[in-house]
Unconditional design. Structure first.
Length: 122
């Protein structure tokens, strides 16, 4: 089982209705960010971006859906990137349990809890 963190414009990431992040917006934001490499499946329905590490060694996926983007077990670096993207989209970053993230290194209870949860899950 994993823990996801989401970028959403909706009041809560699980809301069925509300503003979406459009495919064109997603692709433009990914293309404008030198740390992200965009990808899609052959049908074009699945879209994601990979956050590439400084030496190209580490890649983490950030998946896009019309109503949100999400990462499973994101690193602090990925959360920081998600916060950057959320600002571009006029959105916010929210964990599965409803907590919000402003910065990956802020030390707030939510960030500390996410790190602890990741460590427990290995």
């Amino acid at each position: 089982m994993g823990y996801n963190v989401h970028i959403t414009r909706r009041a809560s990431w699980w809301d069925e209705d509300g503003p979406e992040i459009g495919a064109d917006e997603w692709e433009a934001a990914v293309a404008a960010d030198p740390e992200l490499v965009g990808a899609r499946d052959d049908s074009g329905t699945e879209r994601w971006a990979e956050l590439v590490g400084p030496a190209g060694e580490m890649r983490e996926a950030l998946w896009w859906r019309p109503h949100l983007a999400f990462a499973k077990h994101p690193s602090d670096r990925m959360i920081a990137k998600m916060v950057e993207l959320a600002r571009v989209f006029g959105a916010r970053v929210q964990g599965d349990d409803g907590e919000h993230y402003d910065r990956a290194d802020c030390g707030c209870d939510d960030c500390v809890e996410l790190r602890a949860r990741r460590e427990r899950q290995g």
